[in-house]
Design a protein around this ligand. Sequence first.
Ligand code: ADP
Ligand code: MG
Length: 714
Amino acid sequence: MSRIRQQNVTAAQWSPNGNAPGPVDLTQPANNPFGKNVFSLAAQRQRLPKDVFKRLQRTLEQGEAIDPSLADSVANAMKEWALEKGATHFTHMFQPLTGLTAEKHDSFFSPDDDGTALAEFSGKELIQGEPDASSFPTGGVRATFEARGYTAWDPTSPAFILENPNGALFCIPTAFASWTGEALDAKIPLLRSMDALSRSAIRALRLLGDDQSERVFTTVGPEQEYFLIDEQYYFERLDLIHTGRTLFGAQPPKGHELDDHYFGSIPERILACMMETERELAKLGVPVKTRHNEVAPNQYEIAPVFENSNVGSDHQQLTMQLMRKIARRYGLVCLLHEKPYAGVNGSGKHNNWSMGTDTGVNLLDPGETPAENINFLFFCAAVIQAVNKHQGLLRASVAALGQDTRLGANEAPPAIISIFLGGELEKVFEAIASGEGDPHTPGSFLGLGTPVLPPLPMHGGDRNRTSPFAFTGNKFEFRTLGSSQSLAFPNSVLNTIVAEAIDELADKLESAVGEGSLAEAVTSVVKDAYDGNRQICFGGDNYSEEWHSEAERRGLKNLHTTPDALPEVLADQSVAAFEKYEVLSRRELESRFEVWVEQYATLANIEAETAAAMARTQLLPAALRHLALVEEAGVGELASETRGLVDEFVEAIRELERANTYPEDVEGMDLAIYARDNQLTAMNRVREVADRLERIVADDLWPLPTYAEMLFIK
Ligand code: ADP
Ligand code: MG
């Protein structure tokens, strides 16, 4: 049956879905939904017996384990709160190594002797669940005889209610481990890495003269890019359904060269969808702040206010989940793939990252006092050292199949990690490195002839959108993350490697302090760190060819694909850092490596199989019908052109089908490399011919919605 373009008309139609609250009076606190479905601090204060509340807070502040008697009381209050909100079930929500979110629901209710049902929820059930989780990937950590993992409540991330038209679900943020204590999830290493960084930073702060701070938190504020597509187009495309991206599609006549979309006014239907998503996120306490159109047509961005890394990471998972869910209420599908459309901008996630003390000081904010400036230079130098030393690991922390279609292509950071400091900050470091920075008249190296360290005149205006890792005034922005990615691992890596660098610098500071003033000691430590690591700093255009050769001259790593990058996870210095800070053991790292390699090969195979099926059963028949058409019309030139292309297409499909038959005995990394070098290359060849066919086959015969339709009809 041929495809009729009538769909385009219905795809463009939209009317509000009836969920609209309309404008409400937001001066009335009751009308503000923020945090309504969160068992927040306020809810805890209100619901828990006073002494229980206090003990719980103390336990959390000191990072200790929860006392079982405390847990019973907390569980009871949670249950009452959840039942009032209509929750029939509870779940321990966790992030297995797949990077997705996992949940298993249990009812609060059990039958009572008298034939009725009784709602129960004990402290034991709150603290520890036992999912029958033998199907989650473990990379060999769990033998089947010890197949059970267990989930443990993470009291530092608040519990919440997820609403459904038919009820509600009480969700308990949770960590997931094996019975032998190995982390089987993304949260445990993140929490461990936050602890590690806190210990190192507090040690350094003491040396720097701060005796107030007790704890340092890492913070994260992710900017999430995404596409929306009309569901009619989505469900007409097996590639979108199975792989999240289009495996075929000729370039549209109009791309984003007109720049008429970026920061443009948001179409009403899209804005309505965003508003409902944000309202639902607000109920869950996710502090969404910013929304705008992105560069590509039908591409958008959402960003929250930053939070501590653990809560921020949980909230990011929720954000992705709700974006997907709520788009469907508007006849849309939310695409979180890194590159849904070839030749069009991809989607990333900018991981804004910093460190802050419990006394409220952002350690990456140059600040306004001399002491803050000294601290800032010290911590900033530590980040530079960490990123240079572990550039390969950072690259590996964002490796995934979807990323291989984006990184290093135009309009996305290259696969080379480098740091953009910005003109002013670079000047400061250069002055210190060249010895022009005299700590006693520090104004000299800041170029502001005052006798004491003045505030560094850092501002957010100095931007480099091509940099993978940029200083943006009071934080670093790690811009290389993929749009579908969990924040947990990249942030675990960042925290761990910076903890290590802080300690390395603190060791030097300890010995340097004896020899002169604190300012002199810090200056010499910062000078050494910058001197030894300045190769990672680059202020130019990361998209340019020259940078690739320059980076190679500098000896920076350029890890193009996931199979190139993943071995960095197991590099000696990576394992050493993770083990030293007890974030991940070698065994835990090996298990992750194994899972990620397998995931890459599996997903590549799904892409290649999907492409083969679509080419053979959807596109080839269309091409053959078209061939019959032109042959019948007797226009010889068209017939031979079409026949030539069809022959090429058949040849390419055969090649892909051969590649899709796995060779014997290939597994693990070899299989990943096989998939990359055989299946994906054969698939790209099929696509290349198909896209040429799309340009000549009769429009009513071509079975797939085109790029022009998917990107521009909204
Ligand atoms: P941009 O110009 O990049 O949009 P913004 O100041 O708007 O800069 O911040 C972008 C993101 O950075 C937001 O998600 C915000 O929450 C986050 N951010 C700001 N300060 C911090 C911080 N100290 N730590 C982590 N993230 C932060
Ligand atoms: Mg930004």
